[in-house]
Design a protein. Structure first.
Length: 354
């Protein structure tokens, strides 16, 4: 028999892997930042303030009174202005405020695209991308491009059809961002271990279950945000708003007239109820993950997972109690992104074993 040579750790190690991992960590931090800005944009109703998608010329904000007035005139043709902000007496100064957040959101998106694409091309040309990682990095680049398209698709729904963007399109926009974040973090961790001479981690069946359950929770969180359903439990510092909804465990007023599927996806009371209580199913599976991580010798990842979901639950409750105060709701979205990172870290550690 011929013995097969097993590569040593030194042979597996890639000198450029650590540099690529640091680059991806920076991009991941930028994605977390844009998730936060996106939350502010949603909560301030800024999403449809810019009515055109100009990739290059839209980089600069209006530079004079005439340009500002032209942008305001375009916005005044949207359903949101005609039906909501116009009758409320929106001024140009108020418009500039919501324009600012949407402009920052788009500028940050452009910056992230450049921060990913330019270094990727640099590493590629220099031949520093390890074998097997080019398709994965190209897939992540494609997800980033898709995110831009989905973002404009979402905004269009608020410019043409409604006073707000479609909650389905908002959910797609947020989930593509978080899936991209998860893929970047997983790849970053693989590269860090490759720099030490270790092979990529595998996705276990338990980890797939945990990620799938978390994805459902994130989806319903996005639907809740898009439907403005955070206050249906009776917010405004109403301390009966949790754990009860309007004084009962299961809320009244759910509209079943168009069928169960429609209710599960569009009724604000039911969406809020599902997001509130599915969270505990996610907590249960993440507690099990924490125990598995400690047994596998990955205590830091276990601490990260427990800290993230614990803080996220508290912020969710605080968001309801406060009547969806902007700063608390934004923190809730921030920690949601951090929970994705912690969960991916945990699943990656389980995929490596002890």
């Amino acid at each position: 028999m011929v013995a097969l040579a097993v590569p040593s750790r030194a042979a597996l190690a890639q000198p450029a892997a650590l540099a690529l991992a640091r680059w991806l960590a920076f991009v991941a931090a930028m994605i977390v930042a844009i998730v936060v800005v996106g939350g502010i944009t949603r909560l301030t109703e800024s999403g449809v303030s810019i009515t055109e998608w100009n990739v290059v010329s839209g980089t600069l904000p209006p530079l004079g009174d005439a340009q500002w007035q032209a942008e305001f005139d375009k916005y005044r043709q949207t359903p949101q202005y005609i039906l909501v902000n116009g009758p409320a007496g929106m001024t140009l100064a108020t418009y500039k405020f919501i324009f600012f957040w949407e402009w920052v959101h788009r500028l940050l998106a452009r910056t992230i695209g450049l921060a990913f694409a330019a270094p990727l091309a640099w590493f590629w040309v220099r031949g520093q991308i390890p074998a097997g990682y080019k398709p994965r990095l190209l897939a992540l680049l494609a997800l980033g491009a898709l995110q831009g398209v989905v973002g404009w698709w979402m905004v269009k729904s608020g410019i043409v059809h409604d006073v707000k963007v479609s909650h389905f399109r908002l959910a797609a926009h947020l989930l593509v961002a978080l899936v991209t974040l998860a893929g970047i973090v997983w790849t970053m961790l693989d590269l860090r271990w490759l720099a030490r001479g270790a092979r990529p981690a595998r996705l276990t069946s338990f980890s797939a279950l945990a990620l799938g359950m978390l994805l459902v929770q994130l989806f319903y969180g996005a639907l809740l945000a898009g439907l403005r359903a955070g206050t249906v439990a009776g917010g405004g510092f109403n301390f009966s708003a949790w754990p009860l909804m309007q004084g009962a465990f299961f809320p009244a007023g759910i509209d079943w007239s168009m069928g169960a599927v429609h209710a599960f996806l569009t009724d604000p009371f039911l969406v809020h109820f599902i997001h509130r209580w599915w969270a505990w199913a996610v907590v249960a599976v993440l507690v099990v993950m924490g125990r598995k991580l400690r047994k596998a010798g990955a205590r830091p990842a276990s601490v990260a997972v427990h800290s993230a979901f614990g803080l996220q639950v508290l912020l969710g409750i605080a968001t309801v109690y406060s009547g969806v105060a902007i700063w608390i709701a934004v923190l809730h979205q921030l920690v949601g992104a951090l929970l994705v990172i912690a969960t991916v870290w945990g699943t990656h550690a389980l995929g490596r074993g002890r």
